[in-house]
Design a protein around this ligand. Structure first.
Ligand SMILES: Cc1cc2nc3c(=O)[nH]c(=O)nc-3n(C[C@H](O)[C@H](O)[C@H](O)COP(=O)(O)OP(=O)(O)OC[C@H]3O[C@@H](n4cnc5c(N)ncnc54)[C@H](O)[C@@H]3O)c2cc1C
Length: 342
C-alpha cells in the first residue's frame, strides 16, 4: 500500500511505498524538494509536517533537534510516512529536471592539485546522456551499498563527455583512501546522479556571494563557468577559505577568472596563514560579514565544510539580514560528521 504526500503550498503530490523514505520517492517522481546530503546531517531538506505521521531513522537526526521535531519539523531525507502526509516545503524546480541515472564511469585521469586534493576526470558513457545543473553532485556506489557524494566542478556545457571532481583526502576514509592509494586510470566506478538542489537561481538579479571552503570550491567553479557561458553579469564575489595558501588548490584559476570577468571579484581567506601571506585572514564567512554587513539584497551560495555552511547560514541571516530563502548550500558531510551527530 502506498501513502500520498502532498506538498504545500504548491499542491504537488507523490506516492511513497510502505517503509519508503520520503525524499527518494520525491526525487524519483520529479518533485522538486530541497535537499543536500540525503543523510540527515545537513538540514537542507527540513520541512514542516502539517498533517499525517512519519518516523525518522533515529541515528540520523543531527540536523533536527528534539525541540524542532516536537514542533512538527521533519527531515524528508530520513522520514518514512506512516499515513498520508501534508508537508509544507519550498519547491525547488530548475528550468529542467534531469533524470537520475545509474551508470558505469571510467577514470580518465587522476592528478594532484595539492598534497591532499585530487582532480578526478571521469568518462561518461556515450550511450547514456548524462545531464546536470552546475552545482549538482553524483554519488559513487560502493560495493556494500554505501555511497559517497562529489560535486561536478565543470559547467555542463563545458563537460564534453567527461566530468571533473575535486576530491580531498580524508585519511582513514573509505573512498578517498582508495583515490589517493590504489586507484588507477581506466578503473571503472559505479555512479548515480545528478543529485542536489544547489544550482544557480537564474531568475534572480540579486548580487551573488559565492562562499567556498576547501573542495567546496568545486561546485562554485561550475557556477562561475555557468555564469560566464550564459553571459550573466550579476555582480558576484567569490570568498574561498582554506587553512594555508597551498590549500587554495586552483588559486590561479580563480585569479584568472576574476581578471577576465568584470562582474567577478575573488577574495581568498586563510585561517592559518603562511608567514608571507598579506591577504585576508580568519574565518571565511566572517570575512564576508566584515565586507558586506548588509546582505538583505544578496543571494548566497555556500559549499564545503558543514561547520562553515552552518555558521554562514546562521550568522548571515541573524546578523546581516540575509533572507533565509536566499541562502543555498551543500554541506560536505562525511561519516565522521554523521557519527558526531549521532
Ligand atoms: C552533497 C555532498 C557533496 C560532496 N562533494 C564533495 C566534493 O566535491 N569534494 C570532496 O572532497 N568531498 C565532497 N563531499 C564529501 C564526500 O562525500 C565524502 O564524505 C568524503 O570524501 C569522505 O569520504 P571517505 O569515504 O573517504 O571517508 P569516510 O569513510 O566517510 O570517512 C571520513 C572520515 O571520518 C572518519 N570516520 C569514518 N568512520 C568513522 C566513525 N565511525 N567514527 C569516527 N570517524 C570515522 C574517517 O577516518 C575519515 O577521516 C560531499 C559530500 C556531500 C554530502
Amino acid at each position: 500500500m502506498n501513502f500520498t504526500v502532498t506538498v504545500q503550498p504548491s499542491g504537488r503530490q507523490f506516492e511513497v511505498a510502505r517503509d519508503e523514505v520520503m525524499l527518494p520517492a520525491a526525487i524519483r517522481q520529479g518533485i522538486g524538494l530541497p535537499y543536500g546530503c540525503k543523510d540527515g546531517a545537513c538540514g537542507s531538506c527540513k520541512s514542516r509536517l502539517l498533517e499525517g505521521r512519519v518516523i525518522h531513522g533515529a541515528h540520523q537526526l543531527k540536523a533536527l533537534s528534539a525541540e524542532e521535531e516536537a514542533a512538527g519539523l521533519i527531515l524528508s531525507c530520513c522520514a518514512t510516512p506512516q499515513t498520508d502526509c501534508v508537508v509544507e516545503s519550498r519547491q525547488v524546480t530548475a528550468a529542467d529536471q534531469f533524470p537520475v541515472l545509474k551508470m558505469p564511469t571510467r577514470v580518465i585521469s587522476i592528478t594532484r592539485a595539492a598534497d591532499d586534493v585530487a582532480v578526478l576526470r571521469l568518462q561518461l558513457p556515450a550511450n547514456q546522456p548524462f545531464q546536470y545543473h552546475a552545482g549538482q553532485y553524483v554519488d559513487f556506489l560502493l560495493r556494500d551499498g554505501a555511497r559517497r557524494s562529489y560535486s561536478m566542478a565543470t559547467a555542463p556545457s563545458l563537460a564534453q563527455g567527461a566530468i571533473e571532481l575535486h576530491i580531498r583526502h580524508m585519511p582513514g576514509g573509505r573512498f578517498t583512501d582508495h583515490v589517493f592509494g590504489a586507484m588507477k586510470e581506466k578503473e571503472i566506478l559505479r555512479m548515480e546522479g545528478p543529485f542536489g538542489s544547489f544550482w544557480l537561481r537564474e531568475d534572480s538579479a540579486r548580487p551573488v556571494v559565492l562562499l567556498a571552503s576547501g573542495t567546496g570550491f568545486a561546485p562554485i567553479k561550475a557556477l562561475i563557468e555557468q555564469m560566464e557561458v550564459k553571459g550573466l553579469t550579476r555582480p558576484a564575489v567569490l570568498y574561498w577559505g582554506a587553512r594555508r595558501a597551498a590549500d587554495l588548490y586552483l588559486r590561479d584559476w580563480a585569479e584568472a577568472a576574476a581578471a577576465r570577468l568584470p562582474w567577478l571579484r575573488f577574495v581568498p581567506v586563510l585561517s592559518e596563514p603562511d608567514a608571507d601571506w598579506s591577504g585576508r585572514t580568519g574565518l571565511v564567512h566572517q570575512a564576508v560579514m566584515a565586507d558586506l554587513p548588509d546582505l538583505s539584497g544578496h543571494q548566497v551560495y555556500a559549499c564545503g565544510a558543514p561547520v562553515m555552511v552552518q555558521s554562514a547560514q546562521r550568522d548571515f541571516v541573524a546578523a546581516c539580514g540575509l533572507p533565509e530563502e536566499e541562502f543555498f548550500a551543500d554541506a560536505f558531510t562525511s561519516e565522521a560528521d554523521k557519527v558526531a551527530g549521532a
